[in-house]
Design a protein around this ligand. Sequence first.
Ligand SMILES: *[C@@H]1O[C@H](CO)[C@@H](O)[C@H](O)[C@H]1NC(C)=O
Ligand SMILES: *[C@@H]1O[C@H](CO)[C@@H](O)[C@H](O)[C@H]1NC(C)=O
Ligand SMILES: *[C@@H]1O[C@H](CO)[C@@H](O)[C@H](O)[C@H]1NC(C)=O
Ligand SMILES: *[C@@H]1O[C@H](CO)[C@@H](O)[C@H](O)[C@H]1NC(C)=O
Ligand SMILES: *[C@@H]1O[C@H](CO)[C@@H](O)[C@H](O)[C@H]1NC(C)=O
Ligand SMILES: *[C@@H]1O[C@H](CO)[C@@H](O)[C@H](O)[C@H]1NC(C)=O
Ligand SMILES: *[C@@H]1O[C@H](CO)[C@@H](O)[C@H](O)[C@H]1NC(C)=O
Ligand SMILES: *[C@@H]1O[C@H](CO)[C@@H](O)[C@H](O)[C@H]1NC(C)=O
Ligand SMILES: *[C@@H]1O[C@H](CO)[C@@H](O)[C@H](O)[C@H]1NC(C)=O
Ligand SMILES: *[C@@H]1O[C@H](CO)[C@@H](O)[C@H](O)[C@H]1NC(C)=O
Ligand SMILES: CC(=O)N[C@H]1CO[C@H](CO)[C@@H](O)[C@@H]1O
Length: 826
Amino acid sequence: MAFQIQLVTLKLFALVSLAMAAGNNSTASGHILLSCGESDQSIDDSGRTWDGDTFSKFALVLNSTASNQDSSLPSTVPWMSARIFTSNYTYSFPVSSSRMFLRLYFYPAAYENYNFSDAYFSVTTTNLVFLNEFNASQTAQAKNSAYLTLEFSVNISTGSLDLTFAPSAHQSGSYAFVNGIEIVPTPDIFTAADTRFVSGDNPAPFSLSPDTAFQTMYRLNIGGPSISPRDDSDFYRSWDIDRPYIFSDSRVDFYKDSNLTIEYTPKVPNYTAPVDVYVTARMMGPNAQMNLKTNLTWILPVDAGFSYLLRFHFCEIKYPITKVNQRTFFIYINNQTAQQQMDVILWSGGIGRTTYRDYVIVTTGSGQVDMWVALHPDLSSRPEFVDAILNGLEVFKLQNYGPNNLAGLNPPLPQKPDANPSGVGAVIGGVVGGFAVLLIVCFSICIICRRKKKIRKDYGNHTLTANPRHTDKPSYLTLPSNHCRHFSFAEVQIATNNFNQSFLLGKGGFGNVYLGSIDSGTKVAIKRCNPMSKQGVHEFHTEIEMLSKFRHRHLVSLIGYCQAKSEMILVYDYMAHGTLREHLYNTKSLPLLWQQRLEICIGAARGLHYLHTGSEQGIIHRDVKTTNILLDSKLVAKVSDFGLSKASPDIDNTHMSTAVKGTFGYLDPEYFRLQRLTKKSDVYSFGVVLFEILCARPVINTLLPEEQVSLRDWALFCRKEGVLEEIIDPRVKEEITPESFRKFAEIAEQCVADRSIDRPSMGDVLWNLELALQLQDSARYNSSCAAGASSRQIIEVHSNKPSTHSTISAAAQEDIFSAIIHPEGR
Ligand SMILES: *[C@@H]1O[C@H](CO)[C@@H](O)[C@H](O)[C@H]1NC(C)=O
Ligand SMILES: *[C@@H]1O[C@H](CO)[C@@H](O)[C@H](O)[C@H]1NC(C)=O
Ligand SMILES: *[C@@H]1O[C@H](CO)[C@@H](O)[C@H](O)[C@H]1NC(C)=O
Ligand SMILES: *[C@@H]1O[C@H](CO)[C@@H](O)[C@H](O)[C@H]1NC(C)=O
Ligand SMILES: *[C@@H]1O[C@H](CO)[C@@H](O)[C@H](O)[C@H]1NC(C)=O
Ligand SMILES: *[C@@H]1O[C@H](CO)[C@@H](O)[C@H](O)[C@H]1NC(C)=O
Ligand SMILES: *[C@@H]1O[C@H](CO)[C@@H](O)[C@H](O)[C@H]1NC(C)=O
Ligand SMILES: *[C@@H]1O[C@H](CO)[C@@H](O)[C@H](O)[C@H]1NC(C)=O
Ligand SMILES: *[C@@H]1O[C@H](CO)[C@@H](O)[C@H](O)[C@H]1NC(C)=O
Ligand SMILES: *[C@@H]1O[C@H](CO)[C@@H](O)[C@H](O)[C@H]1NC(C)=O
Ligand SMILES: CC(=O)N[C@H]1CO[C@H](CO)[C@@H](O)[C@@H]1O
């Protein structure tokens, strides 16, 4: 028997090679399209050519034709002919080592003497189960379809894909069948992406193993028509309509503005998804108040006990949304926050440009469960529009490890949901459930590593109550006006207990900053400008104008001002943790962890990126330094001090000549030399900030030997000599991973390049800092998983109640965290 199977395999190998040589040149590229049970080439209704696989002289396998043709079949090829297997049979496809789509086509019908109810089988490769005890007829019925195309993505490294069809051993008289097999080589379209693992409200970076196998569960062209394989010429994928899965009432579909062309960016190659996916989208609709009351929700049934990768495709396609912070929203998966402040423009770089985001989530239990995908406006950065958008969605099931498995249970039939589970099913369910627990344990360890619990109350109290102008929600529909709250001098006196010295937070050339309290208890920082200071009336007005125009989570918020007699007073949100510098050196505060430093850098970079891109012209801050990056009670970074800021001139003329202002040590030498100010001047200063954070020393220290006086020059020198590690802050040396360090040093170096054209944009800096954070996190994840799985306590918690782990770890995190952020109860 074994000998015979071997023989068949060899024979087919030759046959497929032959077909490849004889067929069209698409096959030469590795694309295999096989109509099973056919002897000759045939062409389907969309014009694709299928090779036959007939070699019927082997009694083991039978070719057969379906006895009836369902009217919904898209084509007779490959659906009407089938290969029937009454015992195990292996197709062996010669493939070049790569990732590939494997598509199996099934039309469950009666084939001559074979009754469809006896088709019950598994499909496996040497090390992976694709389908187990598979009932094609039941699966198709559950999908309310006459036929099925199952798509898998596998990374084959052995030069041959051996596909075994095995009739069930648990049911006598069962047989296996298949109508078509397709193999399409693909590049690595999964593991290169920046993937987040969703758990609780705290998504963590996640890396997929390059050999993980996937099954496509859904591929939806959101808000648009279905797209047939012919129209997705890269990989012949099918994109379905999303209408059957929409749960919400408020949803509108859109087609792109006619004067817009879709543009792929280097990070999103054009094979990621066809243009037709991006030209249409679904949004919530024009009614802001309605949108705040609802979620835009899709419900997608999936197999429980697996992890899923969800890929969200985005592209802004309607004017006037062209800038960051015009539309930001939450992405929820299974009622957990996968993404806050999703801003399509921020990720894509502009209207008409494509982008996507990947999230991984675990489902528990067995059988089928509903996956909930929802979008909701996120107002925390005060976007212009209260809405959300989605252009495409793909959901992939990830293989379980242990026994490598992708097979779920047969889905229940719609009419009688409790019909199926046989003894076999229950056993599989148990085993699958077991893997799920293992998976969760591994992930949860990773999550415990994350100290910081994201706190989402921000928009509830901070934004809405801190600024009385914004208490009624529809005002978010318009850009904030130029007005902001006016305080009388008496109000300010009361708030600061008449500028009581014990309320003094800090002093500077500009004047004093006091802690104040307004509106019965809201803490504010009150800056009383010294009329004699260099920061005169002009700076005072610039600051008010900038801060009332530009509002963002990572820019300090101006609550109001007071201008009376000779007084110029500004009232800001209180930043409980003061300036970033206070946490770096010459301080009694506990040192910030490396991860916190990265998060602060990312926050500040986001704020600056917003300044640079958030308006038509963009704004140059001109005084980026660690004392102008403030930290709130949750250590969220906020860029402050806009007194020197300038609108950058129009896009064609990207510099402006102006009297040099700024802070020594952070000052762009090119600006100094040429008197030309560009956004890259801010990038330079930010690069100096990055070195300051890394090394925790002043940017100019005249007490040091001459070559070390300037931090920037000294750091570049050390980097050139390959000894930068030696001058980094000893307090983070242990924690920082080599990969994260390398990335961070590389960004900082690029930022402080002599010539502005060699410096990256703030958007690139932001992107790379996120990568540095991910490199820090994933190293942690790897080491903890390797060290990990022994944590019994966690195993027990998870096997009972999967949802409790975030609470437990969060509590543990909170302890550590509050010890760090409340040194001697500032
Ligand atoms: C092969 O491709 C050519 C064009 O490249 C096409 O004209 C021809 O019909 C194809 N052959 C088959 C059998 O599909
Ligand atoms: C298999 O296919 C060939 C050609 O299509 C046909 O002649 C033959 O009768 C088929 N065999 C069976 C068992 O259906
Ligand atoms: C298929 O099997 C079912 C029961 O197993 C039977 O009722 C039905 O008549 C059979 N159909 C054919 C075409 O043999
Ligand atoms: C497969 O499902 C069909 C219902 O679609 C059912 O009639 C049949 O008995 C099932 N076969 C097996 C082997 O469970
Ligand atoms: C057929 O294949 C299945 C699954 O691959 C295996 O469990 C079974 O032992 C095989 N049967 C024979 C007779 O080789
Ligand atoms: C396939 O897996 C190997 C390791 O098993 C990996 O090196 C390679 O990059 C992977 N290829 C793709 C396209 O994912
Ligand atoms: C495209 O058309 C919209 C109005 O439909 C307009 O606001 C926008 O400025 C136009 N853009 C270009 C580049 O022509
Ligand atoms: C994708 O881009 C490549 C070059 O980058 C080009 O050759 C190819 O035709 C493009 N494909 C599509 C579908 O636009
Ligand atoms: C999400 O919440 C809704 C109710 O708000 C609930 O019906 C649904 O079951 C939840 N989904 C999941 C996957 O927990
Ligand atoms: C939207 O979904 C999230 C997550 O399930 C839920 O917390 C929130 O209450 C929902 N909001 C509305 C308005 O339904
Ligand atoms: C069937 C067919 O068109 N085959 C051609 C594929 O391409 C090679 C060269 O790349 C030709 O030699 C074949 O004739």
